[in-house]
Design a binder for this molecule. Sequence first.
Ligand SMILES: NC(=O)c1ccc[n+]([C@@H]2O[C@H](COP(=O)([O-])OP(=O)(O)OC[C@H]3O[C@@H](n4cnc5c(N)ncnc54)[C@H](O)[C@@H]3O)[C@@H](O)[C@H]2O)c1
Length: 253
Amino acid sequence: MEAASVHNGRVALVTGAARGIGLGIAAWLLTEGWQVVLADIDRQRGLLVAEVLGENASFVVMDVASEDQVAAGVAHVLGLFGRLDALVCNAAVADPHNTVLESLDLTEWNRVLAVNLGGPMLLAKHCAPYLRAHCGSIVNISSARAHQSEADTEAYAASKGGVLALTHALAISLGPEVRVNAVSPGWIDARDPYVRRTEPLSDADHAQHPAGRVGTVEDVASLVAWLLSRNAGFVTGQEFVVDGGMSRKMVYS
Ligand SMILES: NC(=O)c1ccc[n+]([C@@H]2O[C@H](COP(=O)([O-])OP(=O)(O)OC[C@H]3O[C@@H](n4cnc5c(N)ncnc54)[C@H](O)[C@@H]3O)[C@@H](O)[C@H]2O)c1
């Protein structure tokens, strides 16, 4: 069994960590003793949350769809710590809805694919040598929407399906040194605490889930932390759905 303190000195890079699930993952890893670098396109908010998280957290600005910015961000992490042990690709255009299909243009489609799918590929490419050196691990955040859809979500659904395929491809290319897994959340209430308090979800929102509630960022973060740990040493190339059982429920009315 690996204890939390074993992570002392190990370095994790979490993208899209200025808010929501990414921030929850960063905060969880810090409690386990990781050094955490938060990356986000939102510089102002990223700097603020990294300061609040304390001395073991730092921030680097990065648009994950830009190879130059990804390369510079990874170089920054290596300059700070001289090593990298974990990569969590969480940044995304997280609103699943796109323009109705008949009006959906390639610019909108390409941006969602570039951020949500191109980003994890670029991060893996630039982090690979350092992750190999320390037998590190990657977790890509996909979505239950890789398997199920509402109308007008083509770009997001395709990007998240692509993340699952990218995950098993990377697991084969980067093994045996580097393990690569995907986490697919269902409905996670990733809103800021103030909004969660002032605009609470309804009883019906919670009750429809077999688990009896909507998910929290901690539900995702705890699973990501386990996948990054050496306790998950025989697990690679896999998808883990964290959706309160929603995708196992028969939905015919
Ligand atoms: N919240 C959910 O219910 C849910 C469900 C399934 C999957 N997910 C996935 O979980 C992840 C986090 O979702 P969330 O709800 O916390 O979203 P969010 O919108 O609250 O946070 C996303 C973060 O990513 C950053 N970001 C966006 N584009 C970026 C870019 N090009 N480069 C760097 N950073 C960028 C944003 O600034 C933001 O801080 C996403 O991959 C999302 O698709 C969320």
